[in-house]
Design a protein. Structure first.
Length: 226
């Protein structure tokens, strides 16, 4: 009984010069839009306790406080020597818009009792926390109407000055209207965002398969000829 021929197959190498796979790091996008606060466990943590950080907007007198603050600020600004009504109303409008943007659309999380919600509100602004994120509620309608009314008042008392009108209108749109749009709810725009996964994208390995296959054919022919 003859012994079957032994065929020696060469070892395949995935690279000629490199011992391992090369990879290129995934580059970050220049602009990246991502949604926050949508995980199921976060939704459950928010429903565990009442969020007193956002419920005050539905309390009695919460709407009136905006009017009181506007007139208080107007009186304080008017005490500045040499202040004229056009600049005074413009400053009142701009300061109100800046403070409301900072309060409702810039600061995230809650300042107290955060451990009760297990950090479920850490990524949400106050506007996104109000009424559990529901849109077009009475409180949110008032928070949209208030800066518009102040803009109309400032436009009237500045005698419809075109330059001051442009400044007030731009501030209203950028600081009060756009951040409250439902399309931007829980959306974050990141500039020069890096890929947080840290995964390296491998480069497709290249190897000279023709040479290996030729060597395999040669070994098979030699084994069969014996």
């Amino acid at each position: 009984m003859s012994t079957p021929p032994t065929i020696k197959l060469p070892q395949l190498s995935l690279s000629h010069k490199n011992n391992g796979l090369k990879g290129r790091k995934r580059g970050g996008s220049f602009v990246k839009v991502e949604e926050v606060g949508g995980r199921v466990e976060e939704l459950l943590d928010r429903s565990a306790y009442v969020n007193i950080n956002a419920n005050w907007v539905n309390a009695k007198g919460a709407w009136l406080i905006h009017v009181v603050l506007v007139f208080t600020g107007k009186i304080i600004i008017d005490t500045i020597p040499g202040m004229i009504q056009q600049i005074s109303w413009t400053l009142v409008n701009l300061i109100y818009l800046a403070l409301s943007y900072l309060m409702f659309h810039w600061v995230t999380g809650i300042p107290f009792d955060n451990e009760l919600h297990a950090g479920a509100y850490d990524d949400l602004t106050l506007w996104e926390q109000i009424d559990d994120g529901a849109q077009y509620t009475p409180s949110k309608k008032w928070l949209i109407t208030a800066p518009i009314l102040l803009f109309l008042a400032s436009t009237h008392y500045t005698n419809y000055n075109p330059w001051l009108f442009a400044v007030n209108l731009t501030a209203l749109i950028v600081l009060a209207i756009i951040p409250k749009l439902p399309q931007l709810h829980r959306q974050r725009v990141r500039f020069l965002a890096e890929d947080g996964s840290g995964i390296v994208t491998p480069v497709t390995p290249s190897f000279s398969h023709n040479e290996h296959f030729k060597e395999i054919d040669t070994n098979i022919n030699e084994a069969l000829s014996k």
